[in-house]
Write a protein that binds this ligand. Structure first.
Ligand code: ZN
Length: 422
């Protein structure tokens, strides 16, 4: 019976209308009170509603993506880092998948999803579209071509050196330049793809990869060790969280600096990632882990996100205390890539220090960010927040480590002062 019903729905969908943007659909998104509810939204970029394809993202279903370090194909050309995007896609995407097909019921011109996957896909599609709009604003209307026509591998079988596929996750997977939404299994809350903060976070990884990591699927800086590697990863996560938060601010439910809470039941994880906490401060054990953990340890440790949240928290406080969130969002994007000698961007800090990675420091990154803020008040407060929460090597201003910070900046008293940086 169930089988026949599915076939019937597929046929109905296949024969039904396939409207182009703008399309009114129902999605599962938070209302003004923050509670998820079925809501009518408009999709502005969809060109094929049934297959969930449009100018921002194109859904594909049934993909199998396998990272296997013992796969001889991964060693071609000396490793994935030396392969072209096309080669890596061929090698890692073991099953290329096929078009997805949503099932809808047309109620007076509003398309209602008719099954769980369609609710899930339409809501994710809407979240990608809204994240794109956020970035369009941050790019100040300059068409962000790198954020268009990106594959979303929906319900993908994604294995990373394991026989078990990942579940309950959403990923920007730079080696194949695509988003991956894994099956929803153990977490009982809102699936990751349906959480706009999480999709905003993933879209921000794409921006960071394109801008600061030169669009490289596997950047050579990922061969760094200890603190420089750990900084690169944590910075990417912290910035993704900060922009993911920025995306939530564009919705009816308003800004949600703890957007993970809707999807993750583990309160420790959620608390660790909540950027609005006033007590976010570097401490001795976290700094020690940051300085000494190997890349393998760092990417599987909660400390990766703890340091990321210190960055997000400092930026959050700076943007909210000054009321200049939007100005800060744009300054961050400016800092991702800037060839100007006087204020090199994060990309330039990475590329010029590929062989001198110890010069890629928290102070250098903080200085690059601050150098791209022109508003004097925001500049000062961002210096205060970063130097205090991350315990940067700048006890008093002006200082050599962060010359972009004005003399009016000062380390604040809301974090206990740690001993000398090792
Ligand atoms: Zn992330």
């Amino acid at each position: 019976m169930h089988q026949r019903l599915t076939v019937f729905l597929l046929l109905l969908a296949a024969c039904g209308p396939n409207p182009k943007a703008p399309v009114q659909v129902m999605a599962f998104v938070p209302g003004i009170d923050g509670q998820f509810t079925t809501t009518q939204v408009e999709l502005k970029t969809v060109s094929n509603l049934l297959a969930l394809k449009g100018s921002v993202v194109e859904f594909v279903g049934g993909n199998r993506v396998v990272i296997d370090d013992s796969d001889p194909l991964a060693a071609i050309s000396g490793g994935l880092q030396n392969q072209s995007d096309e080669q890596r896609y061929e090698i890692l995407v073991k099953d290329k998948g096929a078009d997805v097909r949503g099932n809808f019921v047309d109620k007076s011109g509003v398309f209602w999803p008719a099954d769980f996957h369609t609710w899930s896909m339409v809501t994710s599609f809407y979240n990608f579209e809204r994240s794109y709009e956020y970035w369009l604003g941050v790019y100040s209307g300059v068409d962000p071509k790198e954020l268009q026509k990106i594959k979303v591998m929906y319900w993908a079988d994604f294995k990373v050196n394991s026989t078990a596929g990942q579940t309950d996750n959403a990923i920007y997977f730079s080696p194949t330049k695509s988003f991956i939404i894994t099956p929803f299994k153990n977490d009982q809350l809102i699936p990751f793809g349906m959480n706009i903060g999480i999709i905003g976070h993933e879209m921000s990884h794409r921006v960071f990869n394109e801008k600061a990591l030169s669009g490289k699927g596997v950047h050579p800086a990922l061969g760094w060790n200890a603190a420089p590697f750990n900084l690169l990863k944590s910075l990417d996560e912290g910035l993704a969280d900060y922009h993911g938060f920025g995306v939530t601010c564009t919705e009816a439910a308003g800004c949600r600096p703890n957007f993970l809470a809707a999807s993750i039941s583990d309160t420790t994880t959620v608390t660790n990632r909540t950027m609005s906490r006033p007590d976010l401060c570097m401490n001795d054990s976290l700094r020690n882990a940051f300085m000494t953990f190997t890349p393998g340890q760092w990417v599987s440790a909660p400390e990766l996100y703890k340091v990321g949240t210190l960055w997000a928290g400092a930026l959050y406080q700076a943007g909210e205390k000054t009321g200049k969130r939007g100005v800060l969002q744009r300054a961050l994007l400016d800092a991702y890539d800037d060839q100007t000698m006087a204020k090199p961007g994060i990309k330039q800090l990475i590329d010029t220090n590929l062989n001198t990675s110890t010069l890629f420091t928290m102070e250098a990154v903080a200085n690059s960010i601050v150098a791209h803020i022109t508003d004097p008040e925001l500049k000062k407060v961002t210096c205060n927040e970063l130097t205090t929460r991350l315990q940067l090597k700048c006890g008093s201003f002006p200082c050599d480590e962060m010359p972009a910070c004005p003399a009016t900046s000062a380390r604040q008293t809301f974090c206990p002062v740690l001993g000398m940086n090792p």
